[in-house]
Every structure is written in structure tokens, then in C-alpha cells.
Design a protein around this ligand. Structure first.
Ligand code: ATP
Length: 238
């Protein structure tokens, strides 16, 4: 049984069908990436999995249990945590308060939460240095780190990442992706949405290519890197 199974979902904005029957799966321990150009439907797919939008048709299952009709907060409680595009951290709270907010659904007590904040600081030493800084004044890269750290604080069974490279300088993209790979090596299952196919396919095990609301190709990351269409359209090669 796949950890996350998305089967033939159709999601609409009014009359516009943004997802036209999307299917994908993520197995335990994998990094799976969803790549595609602007407007392909990548964020809509993630937001349908996390329950912000309800599919008009199709199913989403987590470890065999249907979740697509549950409210978003119940889906978080079941173990799906999303670090959203554009970061959306709590701008007026400190770094530490943001991390604590990420743990608000947990019931395993302050000691465990403190330990996990330490774990996030170990992954992102920059956040420890800035523990008391108001999050809205962090740089773009630091806000991205905080968004990922906050998503980890709910102790998810699967982490959804929406465009972690967005707006970051190339060196920082490498840093963030090294950390995403490290989080995966520590056991986290990850579904990664990216426009930057180059970096996404460099750390993913498998990938899905999306165009105009449909999955047009899926394969191992290695095969996708060698695929002619992927090279031409998404890796900027001749
Ligand atoms: P990007 O990388 O630019 O974020 P994406 O692949 O994530 O693109 P989506 O944001 O999922 O694409 O958008 C898919 C389609 O749905 C686009 O045509 C977009 O304009 C449309 N869309 C997205 N959100 C809404 C909304 N709230 N209302 C109406 N249409 C929307």
C-alpha cells in the first residue's frame, strides 16, 4: 500500500477544471517530485491533498484511508503537513513562536516539542541564531527555512513542499535542497512541487510531469533527467 495515493482527482475553480484526473502515489521513505510550468496545476494538486480544495471527483488516501472529504485541520492531524508556496509564516511572531505554532495539534507534551524545536535548529542553524527575531523581518531564504521547520513541527507522516526554491539565490537553493535531502534521509516521506526541475530531479527518487491539469509522464528521476521532452521543456537544454 502506498503511503499517499491520489486517484483520478478532478478539482474545479468555479467552472474551470484545474485538475483533469490526476493520479500519483508516494511510497514510504520516498521523495517524489511534481514538476511542470506555471499554471500546470501543481499547487492545486497539493492543496487538494491537504484539503484546502475538495476534488469534485476522485480519491486521496493516506495509508489506505480515504481523506479527501475531511476538513483540512483533520487532514493535518492525520499526518499531512504542507509548507506553502510564498511561505506564509506568521509575520508578527518570532521564529520560536512560529515553530511552537507548528506543534499546536500535538498532544505529546512540552518536552517532546522542545526536543523537536532543537531538531529543527540542528537542521537550520540559521533559525537558532534568529530564534527571537520577528519572522516578518527574516530574509526570503530564512522564511523558507522557517516554513519547512514549522511544517516539521506537526510531526507529519508526509511532508508536502510547494516550490521551496522560489525567489531564492542559487547558492541558497542548494542549501535548502541539501537539507530537504537530509530530512528525507532521517526518514521523512516527501512530495515536492517544483518549477525548478533541475534541483527537484537531483534529489527526488521519482517524478511526475504535469501539463494543463494532467500528468503527462512519470518515471524515476534518473529516467526523467534523460528524457528528451523533459530536457527540452524543463531543463532548458537544446
Ligand atoms: P505555479 O507554478 O505558477 O504556481 P501551478 O502549476 O502550481 O503553477 P496552479 O496554481 O495549481 O498551478 O494553477 C492551476 C490553474 O488553476 C491555473 O490556470 C490557475 O490560474 C488556476 N487557479 C489557481 N488558483 C485559482 C483560484 N483560486 N481561482 C481560480 N483559478 C485558479
Amino acid at each position: 500500500m502506498a503511503k499517499l495515493e491520489v486517484n483520478n482527482i478532478h478539482t474545479f475553480y468555479g467552472n474551470i477544471e484545474a485538475l483533469k484526473g490526476v493520479s500519483l502515489s508516494v511510497d514510504e521513505g520516498e521523495i517524489v517530485t511534481l514538476i511542470g510550468s506555471n499554471g500546470a496545476g501543481k499547487s492545486t494538486t497539493l492543496n487538494t491533498i491537504s484539503g484546502l480544495y475538495k476534488p469534485r471527483q476522485g480519491e486521496v488516501s493516506l495509508e489506505g484511508e480515504r481523506i479527501d472529504q475531511l476538513p483540512a485541520h483533520t487532514i493535518v492531524a492525520k499526518g499531512i503537513s504542507q509548507a506553502p508556496e510564498g511561505r506564509k509564516i506568521f509575520a508578527r511572531l518570532t521564529v520560536k513562536e512560529n515553530l511552537e505554532m507548528g506543534a499546536f495539534i500535538r498532544t505529546d507534551g512540552p518536552e517532546a516539542i522542545k526536543r523537536d524545536i532543537e531538531h529543527v535548529y540542528a537542521l537550520f542553524p540559521r533559525l537558532r541564531e534568529r530564534e527571537w527575531q520577528i519572522a516578518g523581518t527574516l530574509s526570503g531564504g530564512e522564511q523558507q527555512m522557517l516554513a519547512i521547520g514549522r511544517a516539521l513541527m506537526s510531526k507529519p507522516r508526509i511532508l508536502l513542499l510547494d516550490e521551496p526554491s522560489m525567489g531564492l539565490a542559487p547558492l541558497l537553493v542548494d542549501t535548502i535542497f541539501d537539507i530537504i535531502e537530509e530530512i528525507n534521509k532521517q526518514g521523512m516521506t516527501i512530495l515536492l512541487v517544483e518549477q525548478n526541475a533541475q534541483v527537484a530531479l537531483s534529489i527526488a527518487h521519482r517524478g511526475y510531469v504535469m501539463q494543463a491539469g494532467e500528468i503527462v509522464l512519470h518515471d524515476t528521476a534518473k529516467n526523467l533527467r534523460e528524457n528528451e521532452m523533459v530536457r527540452r521543456l524543463y531543463l532548458g537544454e537544446e
